[in-house]
Ligand binder design. Structure first.
Ligand code: BGC
Length: 478
């Protein structure tokens, strides 16, 4: 990190801090506001950090070269894809017909248990390899398979089919992986499972996978973004603007995984953010991610609610169990609370009653909804600021259309998130805002990984040998 977090102020107040709920909400509105002037300051700081990262100077943006460029849309072949980095682990078989036709996808989702994401590399990659074997047995059959591997963490790559984990995020902590090539760890685990025919031809991040899945169908797509458990963005950069040494690569453009969740400039933290950070698995890290993504939003709201309960008489000072423990109020509940647009927050009251808070009053429900709104609105505006910064980096006057491929449960499920982002684009770009489209692209880590594997196998980006098409077998649409 290039700057350290401020001292952690306590969120408890003395008696002099007691406010009415309305006054407290007004104060919170000021604390969580992210108005246009702040957005513009953040964009300028973001551009500085992008430039530093591309030069190889210290920056909170890693600006990681991804050794791949956008597809032509004519890629073809059959590929396996792995998606590792969220709550579920997915294995896919993707058939790209070529000529822009619809891909055929068979996929299966496996739940990763806590032990897989908190023990040792062997436990994680061993479980992954077993799942792959199971998938091959039920969906593919034997043969030789090129595979695209989406690994949704910061990876340092010097070529398309290798990459070292820089550090874990999103609460993952598996020993024996940081600093190691994750493709090698996977290959060894697959060899132990007897999966000799599977060859990893490309390694990508979920943002680059998402961009590629959309770019396969839409040539205007030049930005990819995840707003889910974690958050991050990538974009297509001209090679001449990447000033740091990157090694051999045969094309004029390359995707850059920014690791934007680590951005830490011009983002004022409240006391609640500071406390969340101090109690997290990675204090000081992922500053922007902790103000934006689904792993954290519910927790920020919970900390505010707990303080209002203790200080200001929310819930009559009796904290419901739903808010009593770290991460007990998940971000999916933030979305659920805000989906209730009734004048008297009746649906929120109902949700509270169902979760055991029978003592909640209508004013408690209304205050909870406002807290959720403040936290998610700030998140959407910061996320929009990141994307606006990327768009204006590649096209300062927004003269061309830009499609931003977005994946992630927060963006997808929150009732007003996308609208709030576009309101921010309207403020920034006025009449040109219509040139910036966000498109929900949910198949990034699967289809995108396969498209990357296809581009990599064609030799265009990496010099890798051509893909081998496995024998045709059962197919179904994913
Ligand atoms: C990781 C990124 C990833 C993002 C979204 C972040 O925590 O560092 O690599 O793209 O989460 O999954």
């Amino acid at each position: 990190m290039s700057s350290s977090p401020p001292d952690v102020p306590t969120v408890r107040g003395g008696p002099e801090d007691i406010l009415t709920l309305d006054d407290r909400l007004a104060a919170l509105r000021r604390e969580f506001a992210f108005p246009e002037a702040r957005v513009r300051t953040m964009i300028a700081a973001f551009h500085d950090e992008m430039a530093r990262g591309l030069r190889g100077d210290p920056s909170s943006l890693k600006m990681l070269p991804a050794f791949i460029d956008v597809p032509t849309g004519r890629e073809s072949g059959t590929f396996l894809a792995l998606d590792l980095g969220g709550t579920n682990f997915r294995v896919l078989r993707v058939e790209l017909p070529g000529g822009g036709g619809e891909p055929l996808i068979a996929s299966e989702r496996f739940r990763l248990e806590t032990e897989h994401i908190s023990l040792h590399a062997d436990a994680l990659f061993g479980a992954v390899a077993r799942f792959i074997r199971h998938f091959l047995e039920s969906h593919v059959g034997s043969g030789a398979y090129p595979m695209g591997f989406t690994f949704s963490f910061p990876i340092r790559q010097e070529r398309i089919d290798r990459g070292e984990l820089i550090h874990w995020n999103k609460g993952w902590s598996v020993d024996g992986v940081v600093g190691r090539d994750v493709v090698e760890l996977l290959n060894k685990a697959m060899a132990r499972e007897g999966l000799a025919g599977v060859r990893v031809v490309s390694l990508d991040n979920d943002t680059t996978g998402t961009l590629m899945a959309r770019a396969y169908r839409d040539p205007a797509c030049d930005v990819g973004c995840i707003i889910g458990t974690g958050t991050n963005a990538c974009y297509r950069e001209a090679l001449e603007r990447i000033a740091k040494p990157i090694g051999p690569y045969g094309r004029t453009h390359m995707l850059i995984n920014m690791e934007s969740g680590a951005f830490d400039k011009a983002l004022p933290r409240t006391a609640y953010d500071a406390r969340l950070d101090a109690e997290s698995e990675n204090p000081g890290g992922q500053w922007e991610e902790k103000m934006v993504s689904g792993k954290y939003l519910g927790e920020v709201a919970r900390l505010v609610v707990a303080a209002m309960c203790e200080r200001d008489g929310l819930f009559r000072g009796d904290l419901p169990a739903l808010f009593a423990a770290r991460e007990s109020f998940g971000t999916e509940l933030v979305s659920e609370v805000e989906a209730d647009v009734s004048g008297d927050a009746e649906g929120v009251l109902d949700l509270l009653a169902r979760s055991g808070a029978a003592h909640a009053r209508p004013e408690d429900a209304a205050a909870l909804r406002q807290v959720c709104r403040l936290v998610s609105e700030r998140s959407a505006r910061i996320a929009a600021a990141v994307l606006a910064a990327v768009v204006t980096w590649v096209d300062p006057e927004v003269e061309r259309p830009h499609t931003i491929a977005v994946d992630g449960s927060l963006y997808e499920k929150h009732p007003d998130y996308a609208e709030e982002m576009h309101r921010t684009f309207d403020e920034l770009f006025g009449g040109r805002a219509g040139r910036v489209r966000t498109e929900l692209t949910t198949d990034g880590s699967g289809l995108g990984a396969a498209v990357i594997a296809a581009v990599a196998s064609s030799g265009a980006s990496s010099g890798a040998s051509p893909a081998v098409s496995p024998p045709r077998s059962r197919r179904r649409r994913g």
